[in-house]
Structures are given as C-alpha cells and as structure tokens.
Design a protein. Structure first.
Length: 76
C-alpha cells in the first residue's frame, strides 16, 4: 500500500518534470527563431546598399512589424 502511494507520487512528479521540459524546449525554439529573425533584420540593414534611407526605413518597419505579430501569435 505504501509502495503504491510512493509510485503514484513519483509518477506525478515525473509527469510534472516532463511538462516543464517540454515548455523549456518550446521556449528555446522560440528564442532561436527570434535570434534568427533579428539576424535577418540586421543583415537586411547592412545589405541594402544603394537604397534610399526612406526605403530602408519602410523595409525595417515592415520586418519588425511582422516579427512582433509572430511573437504575439506565438504567445497566445
């Protein structure tokens, strides 16, 4: 009887640990995606030679807005 309770308690703890690990993996993937997107945005700034400042600004604004919308959709 005590063994059954211990097994149940241990099973509960293990499932909670698994849930935390899954959430941590999801957070790490989201962090990696954000890093990639920010790198892409920064690369687009440096690669847009010959483009007017106004066009660069619009491109940057568009990229940042897209990323913010993606973050909002991931968090909900």
């Amino acid at each position: 009887r005590r063994v059954d309770r211990m097994e149940h308690s241990i099973g509960s703890i293990v499932s909670k640990i698994d849930a935390v690990l899954v959430k941590l993996e999801a957070m790490e993937k989201a962090k990696s995606k954000r890093r990639e997107t920010m790198s892409k945005i920064l690369d687009s700034i440096t690669e847009s030679d010959g483009t007017t400042d106004e066009v660069k600004r619009h491109q940057m604004e568009h990229l940042v807005r897209e990323e913010l919308e993606r973050w909002d959709s991931e968090s909900s």
